[in-house]
Design a protein around this ligand. Structure first.
Ligand SMILES: C[S@@+](CC[C@H](N)C(=O)[O-])C[C@H]1O[C@@H](n2cnc3c(N)ncnc32)[C@H](O)[C@@H]1O
Length: 202
């Protein structure tokens, strides 16, 4: 099996169908979950903003991680509410991540807190670029904005491109507040190549 075949197999047959946390599907590359856990432990955010909740497996995982290796809340946003009940340290906002209404609610909960963002919603380059512009200023210095699924650009999956990696490249021409942290790609098989953005704002 080539690396490309493995990545396609993982995407189609594993990540979308067989990765569960507490029995709930988590649409994630498990290597990335481990790296996110390390980031949370090292940077100690008070709030993790998850854009794109889907079934909620990753939300439940973030909730537990925020109770064990850090201490804080999860703010999850999605167009649709998942079927699961949320734990006591999770807030859910139903809405478009870039609408004025959603942004007002997010700012109210995150402003003044040490925040990090995991953008895993609409992966088109235009949309992710707007999320980077709106949510980037909420990320605390030393914390991360993780733009998920830039793998679509690297793999040149036409149906999904231009995707998050293109958004990141455009964003980084407009700001000095973030740098790509390649050390977070240490497992090589990440779905967020070029997407671990460290806030280096003074
Ligand atoms: C890739 S799934 C999220 C997977 C989830 N983060 C996980 O780890 O299991 C993308 C989700 O983003 C949501 N979504 C798409 N566009 C959105 C938008 N503009 N605002 C908020 N959520 C959006 C979809 O409804 C979908 O549930």
């Amino acid at each position: 099996m080539t690396l490309r075949e493995w990545i396609e197999h993982y995407q189609e047959s594993v990540a979308m169908k067989q990765v569960r946390y507490r029995g709930v599907l988590a649409w994630k590359n498990v290597f990335d979950l481990w790296v996110i856990q390390e980031i949370i432990h090292e940077t100690q955010p008070e709030v993790v903003i998850e854009i794109g909740c889907k079934f909620g497996g990753t939300t439940l995982w973030l909730s537990d991680i925020m109770k064990t290796v850090a201490s804080g809340r999860v703010l999850s946003i999605d167009l649709a509410r998942p079927a699961i009940p949320f734990p006591d340290n999770v807030d859910f906002i139903q809405g478009n991540s870039i609408s004025d209404e959603t942004l007002a609610k997010v700012r109210k909960r995150a402003q003044g807190k040490r925040a990090m963002v995991i953008a895993d919603g609409n992966h088109t380059a235009d949309h992710v670029l707007q999320e980077l512009r709106f949510y980037g200023p909420l990320v605390a210095s030393g914390c991360y904005f993780i733009a998920e699924d830039g793998i679509v650009d690297v793999m040149e999956w036409e149906k999904f491109t231009p995707g998050p990696l293109v958004a990141v490249q455009r964003f980084l021409t407009q700001t000095d507040d973030f740098e790509i942290d390649r050390d977070r790609e240490k497992f090589i098989l990440t779905y967020a190549p070029g997407g671990f953005l460290k806030c280096v704002r003074p």
